[in-house]
Design a protein around this ligand. Structure first.
Ligand code: TYM
Length: 359
């Protein structure tokens, strides 16, 4: 292993164990790197916000951040590209509306960084059919689109690993549903480093709280999602009336009949949503009412709906004010791609050298 690579690895190791250390023994090091992405397959929703974007906004203050719109990943399930441009622009606008500061973080489009595809190709040689076929998201999507089980769908986690390690990122802010993809990315990194020398640090899924977040859907089944069960998902673009309508439809029952009884899942989900947007006082008053069997779910849902409206409306309005400003969005994507390309080309020089592809 070259001395240079060795020293990069030591710095990474120290950063990983103590991400806030930027100066080690008087030697300046670079900030730890953060990377994440969102597919442009529909409107962003509360799950995308609380699972991912909320963390992006915090992380951009302290780390070198790369956030992108995963248009290539979208092709694995949405081969029709008629809506793609509008969707990419909207996701960029929604990220900005949620608080991404494009002077701090690189905000770009995946296909604008061509080296992603090169690294994806190399990593494909280190990914095995058996593990790809066992991936939960592959099995789910293959079930949902039996007529289009394409190779891109199978190697989806490989492309995701390429996105992340292209910037040699350590922290990947994502929701709970991405945990397995991150585990696979670490496996690909281990195999690459073992075979070709230590080039990449191992990335980890990141959340500011303890556990990764899963924002539940309003119908008591599964999670909020961009394309499934749209009436059970709160989108950041929903208007006030639609938010109220969706929340009021959330599944409840006649209420508890014994003090301090456990909550059924669909009731716990409503409390969980309340914990995201309501004040501590509001939450504890409904908790007590549940525990002493005086809770009125109609009142609880009305309160939740109003707190959701208060939370979502400013984001919706900010996004609406920029999402049709093509010149502005293109300028942002260009600026983001420049930063991302600079980082990608540095990594790919290391990769080609390590793999012996320099003749
Ligand atoms: P995507 O577009 O499905 O979701 C974007 C982000 O939102 C999170 N998320 C949720 N978090 C909590 N509760 C929910 N109900 C919920 N629904 C979605 C996801 O965990 C994700 O963080 N494969 C990725 C996109 C991607 C990527 C990457 C992510 C491509 N390359 C590199 C990280 C790093 C995806 O499909 O996300």
């Amino acid at each position: 292993m070259s001395g240079r690579r060795n020293s990069i690895w030591i710095v990474d190791f120290i950063l990983l164990s103590s991400p806030h250390i930027y100066y080690i023994c008087g030697m300046s090091t670079e900030k730890a790197i953060v990377m994440s992405g969102i597919r442009p397959t529909g409107y962003l929703h509360l799950g995308n916000y609380f699972g991912a974007v909320r963390n992006y906004v915090k992380l951009q203050e302290e780390y070198t951040c790369y956030f992108m719109v995963a248009d290539l990943h979208a092709l694995t399930t949405h081969p029709d590209t008629k809506e793609l441009k509008t969707n990419v622009h909207r996701v960029i606008a929604e990220n900005i509306a949620c608080g991404i500061d494009t002077d701090k973080a690189a905000l770009y489009c995946q296909s604008h960084v061509r080296e992603t595809s090169e690294l994806y190709l190399y990593l494909n040689m280190l990914a095995y059919l058996g593990e790809l076929e066992k991936t939960t998201t592959f099995k789910d999507k293959a079930r949902m689109q039996p007529d289009n089980i394409n190779a891109g769908l199978l190697t989806y986690p490989v492309l995701q690993a390429a996105d992340i390690i292209l910037h040699r990122a350590i922290y990947v802010p994502v929701g709970k549903d991405q945990e397995q993809h991150l585990e696979m990315a670490r496996n690909f990194v281990k195999r690459f480093n073992h075979r070709y020398g230590e080039v990449f640090p191992e990335p980890i899924a990141y959340n500011f709280g303890d556990d990764l977040v899963k924002v539940p859907s309003l119908d008591g089944t599964g999670k909020m999602s961009k394309s499934e069960n749209q009436l059970a998902t709160l989108y950041l673009a929903d208007d006030d009336e639609l938010i109220r309508k969706k929340v009021m439809k959330a599944k409840t029952d006649g209420g508890p009949t014994e003090n301090n009884s456990p909550k059924p899942d669909y009731i716990e989900n409503i409390f969980q949503l309340m914990r995201l947007v309501s004040s501590d006082e509001t939450i504890s008053s409904f908790e007590s009412a549940y525990n002493n069997c005086t809770i009125r779910y109609g009142d609880m849902k009305k309160q939740l709906a109003e707190d959701m409206v208060k939370f979502i409306a400013p984001i919706r309005e900010r996004a609406a004010s920029i999402q049709h400003d093509e010149a502005y969005l293109q300028k942002i994507m260009k600026q983001g791609a420049e930063k991302a390309n600079e980082s990608a080309s540095k990594t790919m020089s290391l990769v080609r050298e390590a793999m012996g592809l320099v003749y």
